[in-house]
Design a protein around this ligand. Sequence first.
Ligand SMILES: Nc1ncnc2c1ncn2[C@@H]1O[C@H](COP(=O)(O)OP(=O)(O)OP(=O)(O)O)[C@@H](O)[C@H]1O
Length: 505
Amino acid sequence: MPADVTHTAQLPLEPQGILDLAVRSMFQLLSSLSQGMFIIDVHARIVWVNEGYRRFLPALGLNSIDDFLGHLVEEVIPNTQMRRVLETGKPVLIDLLTNRAGTFVVSRLPLLGEGGAVIGAIGMVLFDQPETTLQPLIAKFARLQQDLEDARRELAAQRSAQAVGGRRAKYTLAGFIGASSAAVEVKRRARRAAVSSSPVLLLGETGTGKELLAHGIHAASARAARPFVSVNIAAVPDTLLEAEFFGYVAGSFTGADRRGREGKFKLADGGTLFLDEIGDMPLALQSKLLRVLQEAEIEPLGSNQLVAVDVRIVAATSRDLPALVREGKFREDLYYRLNVLPIRVPPLRERREDIPALVEVLGEDLAQRSGAVQPELLPEAMALLRAQAWRGNIRELRNVLEQAVLRSDSLAIDAGQLEAVLRESGQEPSVPPTAAPAPAMPAPRNAEMLLRPLAEQVQELECRAIAAALQACRGNKALAARQLGISRATLYDRLGTMSENTTPA
Ligand SMILES: Nc1ncnc2c1ncn2[C@@H]1O[C@H](COP(=O)(O)OP(=O)(O)OP(=O)(O)O)[C@@H](O)[C@H]1O
């Protein structure tokens, strides 16, 4: 029945009556405005659920309301934090909950009995599918959660990998630094590749992080607890490659170890074999590799016996494989066999916005290794790094930073020092676009100024805040970042965007 809203309706006279009415109305409103609501008792059993909540039951894997009512809350709602509300008596006004049914914006309130004791709690789904309403917060949350999962998985892998003689992945996908769309896409593809057992082909220039990704794919795969073995084909003489791959039995060739030796395929059994510089593989060995991929069997040199192996191949090359195929230097059938899950790893110059974050991480690593304090790059120095072509990519960036740190007497590295290092390493430094100060933005005076895309307005506001903070801190970026409550990496990132967006007057 709809509430009586005629002019004769009146509030109760006594305060308790008013309060009861308010509580009832608020509860009804919340129950109908939220996407769903349920109540648990002091033992965390579900004792009540409203109509709205029932539609989530199938996604939670429950067939009927009887599978929900009367059950302990964590049995039916994975990852729920309702029990904490019972334990602490504290409400959680807004939180994100992710489980098999999706991601939800939720609210949790304790129910207090006479005397203030907690006797139950109300759980509310404020929004479902917040992906559409709360982007980009959710995207960021999902990314962070994914990184956390990667890190957890790697930790578990590290523990169990001690059982495989330390042959384990050194890096995780979370260690692949970069938030540019190109880097995010690489990580997305790598994660998808990790759940499959088909060969992966990593294509990219030298120093772009192919080996790091190979480690990461292994660490994120179901094989993480098994060995990760790598062979750099270009570094092994052609004559030794076959023995290196398939192993040999005692006395199979002059100079062979008396006891024979296991090959990399056998060592990687159950795990991942990373074949770096696959484009440099001699043709004769290509045919043998193709056979192993097809038959999952190897024949150690001199043994005349086939041994079954279960190995996932991740291959990498900086060479143009299709061109090698056309020139007859790479077998076409092997190319197709390897090219099942290709991942193009972009060069650094295609994701310059990741340079500040990389500098931060590489600088931290260099400082840790040398026991020194982490270097800080002055704004012009960072702009210079962003402007370079980086043919050696991240490896080259790391070398340049290392050289600059070695030469610098102070903690701050300026553009001049970097220019000298670049020149000495044979690079003519590219001049960065003039980073003009952020243009003074007119204050929005009327509705028209406000009726523009929000992202544009937020960016303008950010520019003004950063310019003001830098001015107040006399260009000291560490201080400015602290004042703004952001990391130095974020500040560098914003400065980069500002200089890109600033057209010289
Ligand atoms: N996205 C990244 N985040 C952090 N460090 C990275 C990243 N990519 C590469 N590196 C670092 O850069 C160096 C070069 O990376 P890596 O050896 O994986 O490149 P590569 O593509 O395999 O090079 P090559 O083809 O020459 O073997 C390593 O020290 C690696 O840790």
